[in-house]
Design a binder for this molecule. Structure first.
Ligand code: BDR
Ligand code: CA
Length: 323
């Protein structure tokens, strides 16, 4: 039923807007021997596009993978204004750790140009896209060169919410709300899509005091993760009345790596783009009442959150110890 298989290996491109939970997602992907990252693209989202590119570069360098190139992408959504959320992620987007400056200069090529060129070079059905941000880059790349569709094995995206409603408005989750037109293009692309919405991520809060376990890794990456976790929980716990927060984007990487830990259903999904109260809502035809074709595997829950975070911790432990 799931688009991914236990123990499979993946060649991936990660599109992201770090964001503490994006940072965890990147680190998890960098740590996993089952993921080969072709490159990282960044986009306007949690903080502006130049900052998300700089953040991604700091993260890959801290993990000891500075050879992986980071390409800055769209500076604003397709039709709307950017919606940075410094109240959630802090001024830098990855507050909670005193990050060293990135050593490698920014890549000169635009993310969308790089995405198209790279995908056209790859064999058909060989690349998985992990989308952790507003989907502006992906939608623009699909519009610029539709032939890339055949190269993409699957898209796993973090975004949306149906049973849980939204986390930015009563109806809309952040990544979809920021660029609903882009999400609609991606969902209509015909590509094999797995959605990891807040319906799923909210069933997988991190263990309370997970930051202590991260600290106990005894590595620079562990300490950075612990600091980010503590920061990420301040705003989130207050807003949602919780004791710990789900690392949304890292859960999406977990869904690619360990599909057996998740449950969902293939069904038709579309995005509301004009509703007065519901713009950015993902409308999920869970009961297949529309007769439209299924375009998405919608993950509804994590079956074993404790095991998910145990595996994440074990992966993060692989990243380089203090020199
Ligand atoms: C999503 O919104 C962003 O703030 C997070 O990084 C994540 O991608 C969660 O709704
Ligand atoms: Ca994100």
């Amino acid at each position: 039923m799931n688009a991914t298989q236990p123990d499979a290996t993946y060649r991936v491109i990660i599109d992201t807007d770090p964001g503490q939970d994006d940072a965890f997602a990147l680190l998890l992907a960098l740590a996993s021997p089952r993921i080969h990252i072709l490159g990282v693209t960044t986009v306007s989202g949690n903080v502006p596009a130049r900052q998300t590119a700089d953040n991604a570069r700091r993260i890959v360098e801290l993990a000891g993978h500075g050879h992986i190139a980071v390409f800055a992408g769209a500076e604003r959504p397709m039709l709307r204004e950017a919606r940075p959320v410094v109240e959630i992620h802090g001024e830098t987007g990855i507050d909670g750790w005193d990050w060293p400056l990135a050593q490698r200069p920014p890549e000169p090529r635009h993310a969308i140009e790089w995405l198209v060129e790279t995908l056209l070079r790859e064999p058909a059905g060989s690349v998985s896209l992990i989308a952790l941000a507003p989907q502006t880059n992906l939608a623009l790349a699909l519009r610029l060169e539709p032939a890339i569709t055949s190269r993409i094995a699957r898209i796993v995206f973090m975004g949306g919410g149906y049973f849980e409603g939204g986390n930015m408005t009563p109806a809309a989750e952040y990544n979809i709300l920021v660029d609903p037109e882009a999400a609609a293009i991606v969902l209509a692309s015909g590509i094999d899509i797995t959605a990891v919405p807040i319906d799923c991520t909210h069933t997988a809060p991190a263990p309370v005091d997970w930051s202590q376990e991260l600290d106990a890794l005894g590595t620079e990456v562990g300490r950075a993760c612990a600091g980010m976790m503590r920061f990420f929980e301040i705003h989130g716990n207050k807003k949602f009345g919780t004791k710990s927060r789900p690392l949304h984007d890292a859960i999406a990487v977990g869904a690619l790596l360990w599909p057996e830990l998740f449950e969902g259903r293939r069904c038709p999904v579309d995005v509301e783009r004009s509703g007065h109260l519901t713009t950015g809502m993902t409308v999920v035809d869970w009961l297949r009442q529309t007769g439209l074709p299924d375009n998405c595997l919608w993950l509804r829950r994590c079956l074993d959150p404790a095991e998910l975070y145990r595996r994440m911790l074990a992966e993060l432990a692989r990243l380089p110890p203090v020199a």
